[in-house]
Ligand binder design. Structure first.
Ligand code: ADP
Length: 344
């Protein structure tokens, strides 16, 4: 390594699920010696990257973000911010080859799922190594969704518990005793959101229809998964490849939209709403140090899929510490409470 850091050019890259972001440091020569040192290839790269504000049809340089006069590792220069769709990574590699970049750079400091997914392409196409974070713990093993079964739970000593009422909207309450309870959180993304979005996206007209569409659908044609972005598991953070990374993330593509079915859209809507609620419930439970989470509300009516997803989410994200509990009379607890209050 040289006194002033690695040899030029200096890049940082973030290969995301949708966009690839490239930051390029353009050094400002301070003396004759440094100008002479800049090779033809470096000049080429610099000219190419700094002259155009558009690269081909899809690349963009965000000129308004440009930072002049920054000092990095003792060198003064300009930072350029460039982005292009990750679907164009192949074209970028060809460009890197044609500009001779690959002869100069053997390591790119990269992050984002694509740093894993495209690792081999970078080596094969341009002989560039992607330097990224090391891998850590393997994911926590959890039974598959299909293995979740209904089991009775002894609730004779119920307190404390977290109550998650999934109606049109969602409320979360900490319940310490019949008299001691308070609302800790909520979200407007609830059962009404599921039904409303489903009606819009699939043309269905009832909750039952929405649920039965969802039951036969496949959300992986709609949602972008960890593996779609990383090429596999994201083991550094223990994220399995089949986890949803971006709900509805595939629907930015016109091709994908043209092929998607009503069933798949209903399924993705259900999974999106359910997982979001599961995530909020889990955060509240761990914040309040409560292990039992009771779900109710009519969103769970005739909806075993959401119950399985919630059970899975509770257990998975807490490494088995949290329990999701469901009530046979899911939607009726408000009415039951009124009834019980009659004689008080
Ligand atoms: P709220 O008190 O807000 O009306 P509920 O607990 O009754 O809440 O739940 C309403 C949600 O239950 C709806 O948004 C929908 O997702 C779901 N649901 C279940 N069955 C039906 C149904 N027959 N008609 C409408 N929505 C239903």
């Amino acid at each position: 390594p040289e006194k002033n850091g690695p040899p030029m050019p200096w890049f940082g890259m973030d290969i995301g699920g949708t966009l690839t972001k490239l930051v390029y440091f353009e050094p400002r020569e301070t003396n004759r010696r440094e100008i002479d040192k800049e090779t033809e290839v470096l000049k080429n790269i610099r000219r190419y990257l700094t002259r155009n504000s558009a690269y081909g049809k899809t690349g963009r340089r965000d000129v308004h973000l440009q930072m002049d006069n920054v000092t990095i590792r003792g060198r003064r220069g300009t930072l350029h911010f460039i982005r292009f769709p990750t679907s164009e990574v192949g074209a970028f590699l060809q460009l890197a080859r044609s500009k001779g970049m690959a002869d100069l750079v053997n390591t790119i400091y990269a992050t984002g799922g694509g740093a894993y997914k495209f690792e081999e392409d970078f080596i094969k196409e341009v002989n560039m190594r992607l330097s990224k974070m090391d891998e850590l713990d393997p994911p926590y093993a959890e039974p598959a969704l299909s293995q979740y079964v209904r089991k009775p739970f002894d609730f004779s000593h119920p307190y404390p518990f977290l109550l998650v009422n999934i109606g049109s909207g969602v409320s979360l309450l900490v319940v310490n005793s019949p008299e001691n309870f308070y609302r800790v959180s909520g979200t407007s993304l609830g059962g009404g959101t599921f039904l409303g979005l489903c009606c819009l996206l699939t043309g269905c007209s009832s909750f039952e229809e929405a649920i039965s569409l969802a039951a036969s659908g496949d959300n992986t044609t709609v949602d972008k998964l960890i593996r779609d972005i990383y090429g596999g598991d994201y083991t550094r953070f223990g994220l399995p490849g089949d986890l949803v990374a971006s709900s509805f993330g595939h629907m930015c593509s016109a091709d994908r939209r043209a092929k998607v079915s009503r069933e798949d859209l209903a399924r993705a809507t259900l999974v999106t709403i359910t997982n979001n609620i599961g995530s909020i419930a889990r955060l509240c439970a761990s914040n309040e140090r409560i292990e039992r989470v009771v779900f109710c509300g009519n969103f769970l009516r005739v909806n075993p899929l959401s119950m399985k997803l919630l059970s899975y989410a509770m257990s998975y994200w807490s490494k088995g510490a949290l329990k999701a509990l469901f009530l046979e009379h899911e939607g009726y607890f408000g009415a039951v409470g009124c009834l019980l209050n009659l004689d008080t």
